[in-house]
Design a protein around this ligand. Sequence first.
Ligand code: GLC
Length: 576
Amino acid sequence: MKKTLVALAMGAALSCSNLPAEDNSLTIAKGNARWWHNAVCYEVYIRSFNDSKGTGIGDLKGIENKLDYLKNLGVDVIWITPFYPSPGVDMGYDISDYKNVDPKFGQLKDFDSLVKSAHAKGIKILVDMVFSHTSDEHQWFIEARKSKDNPYHDFYVWYPPKADGSAPNDWKSWFSGSAWEYNKPTNEYYLHIFAKQQPALNWKTTKVREELFSVAKFWLDKGADGIRFDVITLNALPDINQSSDLWGKMPMALIYLKMMNDKVLSEYDILTVGEMPGVDPENAYEFVGEKEGPLKTLFQLDIMGLGNDGDKFHPTPYSLVAFKKIYQNWYNGLYGKGWISAVLDNHDQARAVSRWGNDKDYWKPSAKMLATFLLTQWGVPYVFQGDEIGMTNCPFTPAEFKDVEEINYYKEKIAEGKTEAELLPGILARCRDNARTPMQWSSAKNAGFTSADTPWIKVNPNYKTINVEAELKDPDSILNYYKKMISLRKANPAFVYGTVNIIDFNNENVYAYSREYEGKEFLVVCNFRGTHTDFDTKTADLRKAKLLIHNYSSNPHINDSKISLKPFEAMIFEVK
Ligand code: GLC
């Protein structure tokens, strides 16, 4: 949507709101509304959402066919993971042609049709732009690697070998092994922060920036309502004599984003969300500050680093106080000045209910508790596909792994002498494939995801009991709870704009907070542990407060300000 039209509409809306004309402080907290402030977003992992063609892989038409389901859930925006031509080494995050649709997922006209149908239902679309690297099969890289004087050579990051022929430095790829790959024709190494088939782009080259900015413009002009930017702070890279700890932290990252905003993004009334490693609550204002930030929002993914010993595949218990501190720091850094998002998982993480809840004894209450938490957070919430029905981690065998990250890790550790028995529990607890199993639509073959005999990745065997069809019929289902939570958020601006005050911060079991806005106050209480626990909300006579939602069917045990909480029990009160 072009900005001028919207600015007119916004102007009209603002002039009725009695806001002091020149009051620019805390504009967000005072309700200087943007269309995305109160939006609930939903991440569609396209490969696994819905297959309309019987290929075993989800596609654009498949999404269009499920728009009514999403509308009914209450979703305003869908973020679609990459659907551009790609060899699929990193499941689409290795793009070989930015301005097209991979035939696996459909055609350009399917995108147009999806946008049209979504807009007709009031649903907006975010596209995913992977601008820090391409596929090694992108025409730019095919050219670039041919010779040093090829016009595309400078599109990528090259360094000569050390005197002994080895890689320029010891940087490690985030997908295991060296971050460098040798290229014989030029006798150089190229940088890849992810798989070796994902060469890093060199944003220092003006032409690279121009090309990428034109890609963003292409999709926005096609009607996309916003962009999710993949690992976008990796657009600026340290020198090879510096540490890879600086990845994502180079000052030029912000400057390049400002260039993109000036040239393209600022022309549209869009939602942008950056996946920005290296950005923290202290400097986030520069990136997403309301006044000058080049992007509108960012993903706060710090919680994903909790609960391991430094190796993501070595899970350990996590501290709830550390979890709260992360949210609190971001709130302190940005509330009233800029905007973030709220997520509990995504396509790169284990399933939220398996990680932060309990997918066995307390599957239903813990999934509902997480919904209560997510949808009362400050920041645009993202529901990851399948979480709304409580989809869980999947019992893969190593032969069933599809994701390059866990495959590389597994191979590397086996080569180092580890055994399958030692490795499997940790990998199964945290691997990305957990999030990527097909959406469980029904108890029919392959969970109703595809009519093909074999979907591209294993279907979670629990689909016979955990599926949309069954949950739509059950008033007490996780799905119906999500629907209620989404409408509760929308009906009460306090959950969008309100202050957050965490109660009993150092409590390791309970995450409780009030959200207050324009004379209204809500109290949210979430037991994050699978044990009974007593909690003092410090809110006088809770029996007089209105209980808005509760994840158990029996009444909560309240005594004045105290609640005796069951495992993973959660509730929201209207206090004022
Ligand atoms: C982001 C994506 C992830 C991908 C990586 C490299 O983190 O979410 O799926 O593997 O970037 O593009």
